[in-house]
Design a protein around this ligand. Structure first.
Ligand code: IMP
Length: 404
């Protein structure tokens, strides 16, 4: 029986998982999203066309690849249908997209709750209702994808939820104005007819795939430092983004996981609030932001930028058993006079190791052809972190990738 490979963000999200999953997906029969929701976002450029992915796994651009939205995901049906439209919609995706019965639904009141909570908590969420949908899941009052099969019952339950929320948040009841019953039922019936055919027992599907020696890639969302248990709580997302989440989010046991690839940029970014020890809230950060195009795909927000944080990266490797790292956006560091790496946290802030900068790593496809100083930087990083850097990305293009 083969094992599933796992790709995870090893920082605060936006590491460039999309490019790597897209690049590796052609080798796989299944690509599986195991957590998070449409708070995630990346753009994939293929055949001169741009695609924005939020919930659909990144294998969708390969005809032979089956894409699974697993039980650990929280799913907004209308956002999913919009996303599916980019790939030809419902008919074109039959037998190519699978949705777990047990994925939890994100409904409009989850978004309202997210926005209300942000007034006091100031986490800087994406406002997509992710936290409230997971909160409902944990408090056993959520709705599952399989509930879409019974629109009438679901409609009654959703209306009951609105009246409960209207009472609970009486001062903000305008956020929880119940939808018109007929319109809601019509909408839920349309979800059933569009999405009903994609529902499946995803654990069974994946067990069987591995038994038949199919190649399975598990695709993480967000990043290790946003993990609900291991991240910078409370400035985190509401799911387990580290390796444990890949097991609970799919039903695959730990013994079914093979390679664990951690994705890290050659520097660091973070959106939303919370600690960021290597942040450069200065001209260096601004240069990284402009050169790296560091603006959110989902929210358009400018990302906070700083030097690579080797302390956090080392921790991410330990948390998930990362066996190799893909280092993304090395080319963004081209032209910096010096490049720094945060190596320890002290009372007076982060301590850095400094490296001389380099020019012209952009587009390089062989390690030996990288500028010597860039090679030195990468070798030093491997020593500091203690994990091999097996892939290096030198532009957004699929081909501009070094396999070391
Ligand atoms: P939520 O996941 O929308 O609840 O947001 C919680 C925190 O996670 C916020 O700081 C968000 O900016 C961050 N976050 C959520 N999804 C992503 C992502 O895909 N990339 C980067 N940050 C994210």
């Amino acid at each position: 029986m083969t094992k599933a490979d796992l790709i995870l963000g090893a920082q605060w999200g936006d590491e460039g998982k999309g490019k790597m999953v897209d690049l590796l997906a052609k080798e796989y029969d299944f690509v599986v999203r195991f957590g998070g929701g449409h708070n995630a976002g990346h753009t994939i450029v293929a055949n001169g066309k741009k695609y924005a992915l939020h919930s659909i796994p990144s294998g969708i651009l390969y005809e032979k690849c089956k894409n699974v939205i697993a039980n650990g995901v929280v799913l907004n049906p209308s956002a999913l249908l919009e996303e599916m439209a980019q790939f030809g919609g419902v008919e074109a995706l039959k037998e190519r997209l699978f949705i777990s019965h047990n994925a939890h639904l994100i409904l409009p009141y989850h978004e309202s709750l997210d926005k209300l909570k942000e007034r006091s908590a100031k986490i800087g969420t994406t406002g997509k209702g992710i936290g409230p949908a997971y909160a409902d899941k944990i408090s056993r009052s959520g709705f599952l994808a399989i509930d879409l099969q019974k629109p009438k019952e679901l409609c009654e339950k959703i209306l009951a939820k609105y009246s409960e929320l209207g009472e609970l948040y009486s001062a903000d009841s305008m956020y929880f104005k119940a939808p018109n019953k007929n319109e809601l039922l019509e909408l839920l019936e349309s979800y059933k007819s569009a999405l009903g055919g994609f529902l499946c027992d995803c654990s069974e599907l994946l067990w069987e795939a591995l038994e038949r020696d199919k190649k399975v890639l598990l695709e993480g969302a967000q990043g290790s430092m946003l993990d609900i248990d291991h991240g910078t709580y409370p400035f985190v997302t509401s799911s387990n983004t580290t390796a444990g989440g890949a097991c609970t989010g799919t039903g695959l046991p730990p013994s079914s996981i093979g390679r664990v690839i951690g994705i890290s940029k050659a520097y660091c970014t973070r959106v939303g609030n919370g600690p960021f020890p290597t942040e450069q809230d200065n001209q260096i950060g601004e240069n990284l932001r402009q050169k790296g195009g560091e603006f959110g795909v989902t929210t358009g927000r400018a990302r906070r930028c700083g030097w690579l944080d080797a302390v956090a990266l080392k921790r991410a490797c330990k948390l998930s058993g990362i066996s190799e790292i893909a280092l993304m956006k090395l080319d963004v560091l081209d032209g910096f006079e010096r490049v720094c790496v945060g190596v320890s946290y002290g009372e007076n802030g982060c301590k850095y190791r400094e490296f001389s900068g380099w020019e012209n790593s952009a587009g390089v496809r062989e390690f030996s052809k990288l500028p010597q100083k860039a090679q030195d930087y990468i070798k030093a990083l491997e020593e500091i972190i203690g994990v091999k850097i097996s892939m290096i990305s030198t532009s957004a293009e699929r081909e501009d990738t070094i396999f070391k």
